[in-house]
Design a protein around this ligand. Sequence first.
Ligand SMILES: Nc1nc2c(c(=O)[nH]1)N[C@H]1C(S)=C(S)[C@@H](COP(=O)(O)O)O[C@H]1N2
Ligand SMILES: [Mo]
Length: 387
Amino acid sequence: MRLRIPAPPTEAGFTSRLRSATVAARVGLWLGICFGICFLTGLISHYAQNPDQPIPFPTSPSWGYRVTQGLHVITGTASVPLLLVKLWSVFPRLFIRPPKGLRALAVEGLERASIGVLVAAAVFQLASGLANSAQWYPWSFSFRTTHYSMAWVAIGALVVHIAVKLPIIRGTLTRDVDDTTYDRESATRGSAMSRRGLLRSTWAASGVAVLVTAGSTVPWLREVSVLGVRSGDGPGGIPINKSARAAGVTASAVDPAYVLTVVNGDRAVQLARADLLALTQRTETLPIACVEGWSASGAWTGVRIRDLLDLVGADRGSDVEIGSLQERGAFSRSTLQGNFADDDRTLLALELDGETLSIDHGYPARVIAPNRPGVLQTKWVDRIEVL
Ligand SMILES: Nc1nc2c(c(=O)[nH]1)N[C@H]1C(S)=C(S)[C@@H](COP(=O)(O)O)O[C@H]1N2
Ligand SMILES: [Mo]
Protein backbone atom coordinates (compact mmCIF):
# COMPACT_ATOMS: atom_id res chain seq x y z
CA MET A 1 0.00 0.00 0.00
CA ARG A 2 1.36 3.39 -0.91
CA LEU A 3 0.79 6.30 1.35
CA ARG A 4 -0.16 9.41 -0.58
CA ILE A 5 0.60 12.64 1.17
CA PRO A 6 -1.78 15.33 -0.07
CA ALA A 7 -0.04 18.35 -1.56
CA PRO A 8 -0.19 21.48 0.63
CA PRO A 9 -2.68 24.10 -0.54
CA THR A 10 -1.39 26.86 -2.75
CA GLU A 11 -2.27 30.50 -2.54
CA ALA A 12 -3.78 30.37 -6.03
CA GLY A 13 -6.15 27.66 -4.84
CA PHE A 14 -8.04 30.12 -2.63
CA THR A 15 -10.44 31.80 -5.00
CA SER A 16 -13.18 33.32 -2.81
CA ARG A 17 -13.52 37.11 -3.13
CA LEU A 18 -14.48 37.21 0.54
CA ARG A 19 -10.92 36.59 1.65
CA SER A 20 -9.80 40.12 0.94
CA ALA A 21 -7.69 42.88 2.40
CA THR A 22 -10.72 45.20 2.57
CA VAL A 23 -12.50 42.72 4.86
CA ALA A 24 -9.33 41.98 6.85
CA ALA A 25 -8.69 45.67 7.49
CA ARG A 26 -12.24 46.37 8.66
CA VAL A 27 -12.32 43.41 11.01
CA GLY A 28 -8.75 44.24 12.04
CA LEU A 29 -9.73 47.80 12.93
CA TRP A 30 -12.32 46.58 15.46
CA LEU A 31 -9.98 43.87 16.67
CA GLY A 32 -7.34 46.54 17.26
CA ILE A 33 -9.81 48.68 19.21
CA CYS A 34 -10.90 45.71 21.35
CA PHE A 35 -7.30 44.63 21.99
CA GLY A 36 -6.36 48.20 22.90
CA ILE A 37 -9.17 48.48 25.49
CA CYS A 38 -8.42 44.98 26.74
CA PHE A 39 -4.73 45.86 27.15
CA LEU A 40 -5.33 49.11 29.05
CA THR A 41 -8.00 47.67 31.35
CA GLY A 42 -5.73 44.67 31.89
CA LEU A 43 -2.90 46.95 33.03
CA ILE A 44 -5.29 48.59 35.48
CA SER A 45 -6.36 45.23 36.87
CA HIS A 46 -2.79 44.00 37.16
CA TYR A 47 -1.74 47.15 38.99
CA ALA A 48 -4.75 47.02 41.30
CA GLN A 49 -3.64 43.55 42.42
CA ASN A 50 -0.05 44.60 43.19
CA PRO A 51 0.59 44.50 46.93
CA ASP A 52 3.08 47.38 46.50
CA GLN A 53 1.76 50.44 44.74
CA PRO A 54 4.18 53.36 44.28
CA ILE A 55 1.17 55.41 43.21
CA PRO A 56 -1.77 54.27 45.36
CA PHE A 57 -4.61 52.71 43.39
CA PRO A 58 -7.58 55.05 44.01
CA THR A 59 -10.51 53.99 46.20
CA SER A 60 -12.95 56.09 44.12
CA PRO A 61 -15.15 55.72 42.23
CA SER A 62 -16.20 52.61 44.13
CA TRP A 63 -17.52 51.09 40.88
CA GLY A 64 -14.37 51.90 38.85
CA TYR A 65 -12.86 48.42 38.88
CA ARG A 66 -16.28 46.95 38.15
CA VAL A 67 -16.39 48.97 34.92
CA THR A 68 -12.77 48.48 33.81
CA GLN A 69 -12.76 44.74 34.48
CA GLY A 70 -16.20 44.33 32.93
CA LEU A 71 -14.85 46.08 29.82
CA HIS A 72 -11.75 43.87 29.90
CA VAL A 73 -13.75 40.67 29.72
CA ILE A 74 -16.36 42.09 27.30
CA THR A 75 -13.78 43.30 24.76
CA GLY A 76 -11.85 40.05 25.11
CA THR A 77 -14.99 38.04 24.44
CA ALA A 78 -15.94 40.22 21.47
CA SER A 79 -12.46 39.64 20.04
CA VAL A 80 -12.92 35.90 19.65
CA PRO A 81 -15.19 35.98 16.55
CA LEU A 82 -13.26 38.97 15.20
CA LEU A 83 -9.95 37.12 15.42
CA LEU A 84 -11.39 34.01 13.78
CA VAL A 85 -12.76 35.97 10.81
CA LYS A 86 -9.56 38.00 10.55
CA LEU A 87 -7.42 34.85 10.40
CA TRP A 88 -9.81 33.27 7.90
CA SER A 89 -9.67 36.30 5.62
CA VAL A 90 -5.86 36.35 5.44
CA PHE A 91 -5.31 32.59 5.60
CA PRO A 92 -4.31 32.17 1.89
CA ARG A 93 -1.36 34.48 2.44
CA LEU A 94 0.22 31.73 4.51
CA PHE A 95 0.78 29.78 1.29
CA ILE A 96 2.32 32.53 -0.81
CA ARG A 97 5.56 31.26 -2.35
CA PRO A 98 8.64 32.67 -0.68
CA PRO A 99 10.19 35.41 -2.82
CA LYS A 100 13.52 34.96 -4.63
CA GLY A 101 16.66 36.73 -3.49
CA LEU A 102 18.19 36.71 -0.05
CA ARG A 103 17.15 40.21 0.94
CA ALA A 104 13.51 39.77 -0.04
CA LEU A 105 13.50 36.40 1.65
CA ALA A 106 14.85 37.88 4.88
CA VAL A 107 12.28 40.68 4.91
CA GLU A 108 9.47 38.23 4.20
CA GLY A 109 10.78 35.88 6.88
CA LEU A 110 10.86 38.65 9.46
CA GLU A 111 7.34 39.76 8.62
CA ARG A 112 6.03 36.23 8.89
CA ALA A 113 7.80 35.67 12.17
CA SER A 114 6.26 38.83 13.63
CA ILE A 115 2.81 37.76 12.47
CA GLY A 116 3.44 34.31 13.91
CA VAL A 117 4.20 35.89 17.28
CA LEU A 118 1.13 38.13 17.05
CA VAL A 119 -1.22 35.27 16.21
CA ALA A 120 0.22 32.99 18.88
CA ALA A 121 0.06 35.68 21.55
CA ALA A 122 -3.46 36.76 20.56
CA VAL A 123 -4.77 33.19 20.57
CA PHE A 124 -3.07 32.52 23.91
CA GLN A 125 -4.50 35.67 25.51
CA LEU A 126 -8.06 35.01 24.35
CA ALA A 127 -7.96 31.29 25.19
CA SER A 128 -6.42 31.71 28.63
CA GLY A 129 -8.63 34.71 29.45
CA LEU A 130 -11.76 32.87 28.39
CA ALA A 131 -10.80 29.77 30.36
CA ASN A 132 -10.11 31.93 33.40
CA SER A 133 -13.44 33.74 33.19
CA ALA A 134 -15.08 30.31 33.02
CA GLN A 135 -13.07 29.33 36.13
CA TRP A 136 -11.37 26.58 34.24
CA TYR A 137 -7.63 26.33 34.97
CA PRO A 138 -6.24 23.60 32.74
CA TRP A 139 -2.68 24.83 33.26
CA SER A 140 -0.11 24.87 36.00
CA PHE A 141 1.44 28.29 35.43
CA SER A 142 0.39 31.40 37.30
CA PHE A 143 -2.42 32.91 35.26
CA ARG A 144 -1.87 36.52 36.25
CA THR A 145 1.89 36.69 35.53
CA THR A 146 1.66 34.79 32.28
CA HIS A 147 -1.42 36.62 30.96
CA TYR A 148 0.30 39.88 31.87
CA SER A 149 3.64 39.07 30.16
CA MET A 150 1.93 37.79 27.05
CA ALA A 151 -0.16 40.97 26.91
CA TRP A 152 3.04 42.94 26.28
CA VAL A 153 4.12 40.48 23.60
CA ALA A 154 0.72 40.72 21.93
CA ILE A 155 0.50 44.50 22.05
CA GLY A 156 4.11 44.89 20.86
CA ALA A 157 3.56 42.56 17.92
CA LEU A 158 0.28 44.35 17.16
CA VAL A 159 1.98 47.74 17.00
CA VAL A 160 4.66 46.36 14.65
CA HIS A 161 1.96 44.74 12.51
CA ILE A 162 -0.05 47.96 12.23
CA ALA A 163 3.08 49.96 11.37
CA VAL A 164 4.08 47.50 8.63
CA LYS A 165 0.57 47.33 7.19
CA LEU A 166 -0.27 51.02 7.50
CA PRO A 167 -0.22 51.75 3.72
CA ILE A 168 -2.61 48.83 3.04
CA ILE A 169 -4.78 49.70 6.04
CA ARG A 170 -5.13 53.27 4.77
CA GLY A 171 -5.71 52.16 1.20
CA THR A 172 -8.37 49.59 2.05
CA LEU A 173 -10.23 51.60 4.67
CA THR A 174 -10.57 54.64 2.41
CA ARG A 175 -11.96 52.48 -0.43
CA ASP A 176 -15.28 50.70 -0.72
CA VAL A 177 -15.32 47.20 0.78
CA ASP A 178 -15.99 45.76 -2.71
CA ASP A 179 -13.03 47.58 -4.25
CA THR A 180 -10.58 45.12 -5.88
CA THR A 181 -7.35 47.19 -5.80
CA TYR A 182 -5.86 45.12 -2.99
CA ASP A 183 -7.36 41.75 -3.94
CA ARG A 184 -5.14 38.74 -4.54
CA GLU A 185 -5.06 37.76 -8.21
CA SER A 186 -6.82 34.46 -7.66
CA ALA A 187 -9.58 35.93 -5.48
CA THR A 188 -12.21 36.22 -8.20
CA ARG A 189 -14.95 33.76 -7.30
CA GLY A 190 -18.15 35.34 -6.05
CA SER A 191 -20.32 33.57 -3.51
CA ALA A 192 -23.82 33.74 -2.07
CA MET A 193 -22.54 35.97 0.69
CA SER A 194 -21.25 39.44 -0.06
CA ARG A 195 -18.35 41.11 1.73
CA ARG A 196 -20.87 43.39 3.42
CA GLY A 197 -22.84 40.33 4.47
CA LEU A 198 -19.71 38.72 5.91
CA LEU A 199 -18.90 41.87 7.89
CA ARG A 200 -22.48 42.12 9.19
CA SER A 201 -22.36 38.47 10.31
CA THR A 202 -19.04 39.11 12.03
CA TRP A 203 -20.36 42.10 14.00
CA ALA A 204 -23.43 40.04 14.88
CA ALA A 205 -21.32 37.11 16.09
CA SER A 206 -19.30 39.45 18.30
CA GLY A 207 -22.47 41.05 19.60
CA VAL A 208 -24.00 37.69 20.47
CA ALA A 209 -20.79 36.56 22.20
CA VAL A 210 -20.98 39.68 24.38
CA LEU A 211 -24.73 39.42 25.05
CA VAL A 212 -24.57 35.83 26.24
CA THR A 213 -21.80 36.59 28.72
CA ALA A 214 -21.95 40.26 29.75
CA GLY A 215 -24.99 39.70 32.00
CA SER A 216 -22.52 38.58 34.65
CA THR A 217 -21.66 42.23 35.10
CA VAL A 218 -24.44 44.24 33.41
CA PRO A 219 -27.57 43.54 35.50
CA TRP A 220 -30.20 44.15 32.77
CA LEU A 221 -28.45 41.66 30.48
CA ARG A 222 -28.68 38.88 33.05
CA GLU A 223 -31.74 37.28 31.46
CA VAL A 224 -30.12 36.85 28.04
CA SER A 225 -26.70 35.83 29.29
CA VAL A 226 -27.24 32.10 29.12
CA LEU A 227 -23.50 31.48 29.14
CA GLY A 228 -22.69 33.99 31.88
CA VAL A 229 -20.55 32.06 34.30
CA ARG A 230 -21.53 33.79 37.53
CA SER A 231 -24.88 35.34 36.67
CA GLY A 232 -26.68 32.92 38.97
CA ASP A 233 -27.81 34.21 42.32
CA GLY A 234 -26.15 33.51 45.62
CA PRO A 235 -27.31 34.70 49.03
CA GLY A 236 -28.11 38.42 48.90
CA GLY A 237 -28.15 38.33 45.10
CA ILE A 238 -24.36 38.07 45.01
CA PRO A 239 -22.76 35.06 43.37
CA ILE A 240 -20.38 32.90 45.34
CA ASN A 241 -16.90 32.46 44.06
CA LYS A 242 -15.11 30.02 46.30
CA SER A 243 -17.44 28.22 48.68
CA ALA A 244 -16.64 27.59 52.33
CA ARG A 245 -16.38 23.89 51.55
CA ALA A 246 -13.88 24.49 48.72
CA ALA A 247 -11.82 26.72 51.01
CA GLY A 248 -11.89 24.09 53.78
CA VAL A 249 -13.40 26.41 56.40
CA THR A 250 -16.79 24.81 57.04
CA ALA A 251 -15.84 23.90 60.61
CA SER A 252 -13.57 26.82 61.58
CA ALA A 253 -15.99 29.48 60.28
CA VAL A 254 -18.79 28.41 62.63
CA ASP A 255 -16.53 27.52 65.57
CA PRO A 256 -17.89 29.37 68.68
CA ALA A 257 -14.26 29.94 69.72
CA TYR A 258 -13.69 32.19 66.66
CA VAL A 259 -11.85 35.42 67.41
CA LEU A 260 -10.51 38.15 65.18
CA THR A 261 -6.97 39.18 66.08
CA VAL A 262 -5.90 42.75 65.29
CA VAL A 263 -2.13 43.25 65.61
CA ASN A 264 0.10 46.31 65.54
CA GLY A 265 3.65 45.48 66.57
CA ASP A 266 3.42 44.25 70.16
CA ARG A 267 -0.14 45.53 70.61
CA ALA A 268 -2.93 43.09 69.90
CA VAL A 269 -6.65 42.82 70.58
CA GLN A 270 -8.91 39.82 70.17
CA LEU A 271 -12.58 40.21 69.31
CA ALA A 272 -15.27 37.58 69.15
CA ARG A 273 -18.10 38.11 66.65
CA ALA A 274 -20.30 39.45 69.45
CA ASP A 275 -17.58 42.02 70.28
CA LEU A 276 -17.48 43.08 66.63
CA LEU A 277 -21.28 43.49 66.59
CA ALA A 278 -21.03 45.66 69.72
CA LEU A 279 -18.78 48.17 67.91
CA THR A 280 -20.25 51.02 65.79
CA GLN A 281 -21.87 49.45 62.72
CA ARG A 282 -21.82 51.13 59.29
CA THR A 283 -23.60 50.21 56.10
CA GLU A 284 -22.07 50.76 52.65
CA THR A 285 -23.38 49.80 49.23
CA LEU A 286 -20.38 48.39 47.37
CA PRO A 287 -19.85 45.95 44.51
CA ILE A 288 -17.85 42.78 44.40
CA ALA A 289 -16.13 42.86 41.03
CA CYS A 290 -14.33 39.64 40.22
CA VAL A 291 -11.34 39.64 37.87
CA GLU A 292 -13.25 37.02 35.92
CA GLY A 293 -15.68 39.69 34.79
CA TRP A 294 -18.78 39.17 36.92
CA SER A 295 -19.82 41.76 39.45
CA ALA A 296 -22.72 42.47 41.78
CA SER A 297 -23.55 45.15 44.31
CA GLY A 298 -24.74 44.68 47.87
CA ALA A 299 -25.43 46.63 51.05
CA TRP A 300 -22.79 45.53 53.54
CA THR A 301 -22.93 46.20 57.26
CA GLY A 302 -20.06 45.85 59.68
CA VAL A 303 -17.19 47.62 61.39
CA ARG A 304 -14.93 50.15 59.70
CA ILE A 305 -11.47 48.67 59.28
CA ARG A 306 -10.13 52.05 60.40
CA ASP A 307 -12.05 51.76 63.69
CA LEU A 308 -10.40 48.39 64.28
CA LEU A 309 -6.97 49.80 63.48
CA ASP A 310 -7.59 52.60 66.00
CA LEU A 311 -8.04 49.96 68.71
CA VAL A 312 -4.35 49.06 68.32
CA GLY A 313 -3.17 52.61 67.62
CA ALA A 314 -2.15 52.04 63.99
CA ASP A 315 -0.77 55.09 62.15
CA ARG A 316 -2.86 56.40 59.29
CA GLY A 317 -1.53 55.30 55.93
CA SER A 318 -0.26 51.95 57.22
CA ASP A 319 -0.58 48.98 54.90
CA VAL A 320 -2.39 46.09 56.50
CA GLU A 321 -2.21 42.34 55.99
CA ILE A 322 -5.54 40.51 56.02
CA GLY A 323 -5.47 36.83 56.96
CA SER A 324 -8.25 34.27 56.89
CA LEU A 325 -9.29 30.92 58.32
CA GLN A 326 -8.47 29.41 54.93
CA GLU A 327 -5.13 27.69 55.32
CA ARG A 328 -4.02 27.33 51.72
CA GLY A 329 -4.45 29.23 48.48
CA ALA A 330 -3.22 32.50 47.05
CA PHE A 331 -6.51 34.27 47.86
CA SER A 332 -6.54 33.26 51.52
CA ARG A 333 -4.77 36.54 52.41
CA SER A 334 -4.43 40.00 50.93
CA THR A 335 -2.73 43.32 51.48
CA LEU A 336 -4.96 46.27 52.22
CA GLN A 337 -3.01 49.36 51.17
CA GLY A 338 -3.00 52.35 53.50
CA ASN A 339 -5.43 54.44 51.46
CA PHE A 340 -7.87 51.50 51.36
CA ALA A 341 -7.49 50.78 55.06
CA ASP A 342 -8.16 54.45 55.90
CA ASP A 343 -11.16 54.86 53.59
CA ASP A 344 -14.37 55.27 55.62
CA ARG A 345 -16.21 52.89 53.30
CA THR A 346 -13.81 49.99 53.85
CA LEU A 347 -15.53 47.54 56.19
CA LEU A 348 -15.04 44.29 57.92
CA ALA A 349 -18.52 43.18 56.89
CA LEU A 350 -20.69 41.07 59.19
CA GLU A 351 -23.96 41.34 57.28
CA LEU A 352 -25.16 41.52 53.70
CA ASP A 353 -28.49 43.19 52.89
CA GLY A 354 -29.51 43.22 56.55
CA GLU A 355 -28.88 39.54 57.11
CA THR A 356 -26.04 37.72 58.80
CA LEU A 357 -23.32 36.99 56.26
CA SER A 358 -23.75 33.50 54.83
CA ILE A 359 -20.84 31.16 55.35
CA ASP A 360 -20.09 31.14 51.62
CA HIS A 361 -19.93 34.94 51.55
CA GLY A 362 -17.34 34.89 54.31
CA TYR A 363 -19.05 34.39 57.71
CA PRO A 364 -18.03 35.32 60.37
CA ALA A 365 -16.43 38.41 58.76
CA ARG A 366 -15.07 39.57 55.42
CA VAL A 367 -13.35 42.55 53.85
CA ILE A 368 -15.32 44.80 51.53
CA ALA A 369 -13.59 47.89 50.15
CA PRO A 370 -14.46 50.33 47.35
CA ASN A 371 -12.84 50.00 43.90
CA ARG A 372 -11.03 46.81 44.86
CA PRO A 373 -10.62 43.65 42.76
CA GLY A 374 -12.92 40.90 44.04
CA VAL A 375 -9.99 38.58 44.60
CA LEU A 376 -8.76 40.91 47.36
CA GLN A 377 -12.13 41.08 49.18
CA THR A 378 -10.94 38.42 51.59
CA LYS A 379 -13.56 36.19 53.25
CA TRP A 380 -13.49 34.36 56.61
CA VAL A 381 -11.11 37.01 58.05
CA ASP A 382 -9.46 36.09 61.36
CA ARG A 383 -6.41 38.39 61.38
CA ILE A 384 -5.67 42.02 60.64
CA GLU A 385 -2.01 42.91 61.01
CA VAL A 386 -0.41 46.31 60.52
CA LEU A 387 2.69 45.98 58.32
N1 LIG B 1 -10.40 33.60 51.89
C1 LIG B 1 -10.78 33.79 50.62
N2 LIG B 1 -11.38 34.97 50.27
C2 LIG B 1 -11.78 35.20 48.99
C3 LIG B 1 -11.57 34.24 47.97
C4 LIG B 1 -10.94 33.02 48.35
O1 LIG B 1 -10.72 32.12 47.51
N3 LIG B 1 -10.57 32.83 49.68
N4 LIG B 1 -11.97 34.51 46.69
C5 LIG B 1 -12.02 35.93 46.31
C6 LIG B 1 -12.61 36.16 45.02
S1 LIG B 1 -11.72 35.67 43.67
C7 LIG B 1 -13.78 36.87 44.85
S2 LIG B 1 -14.30 37.35 43.35
C8 LIG B 1 -14.61 37.24 46.01
C9 LIG B 1 -16.02 36.76 45.79
O2 LIG B 1 -16.80 36.95 46.92
P1 LIG B 1 -18.16 36.15 47.06
O3 LIG B 1 -17.85 34.69 46.89
O4 LIG B 1 -18.71 36.50 48.39
O5 LIG B 1 -19.04 36.66 45.95
O6 LIG B 1 -14.11 36.71 47.20
C10 LIG B 1 -12.72 36.78 47.36
N5 LIG B 1 -12.37 36.38 48.71
MO1 LIG C 1 -12.66 36.66 41.83
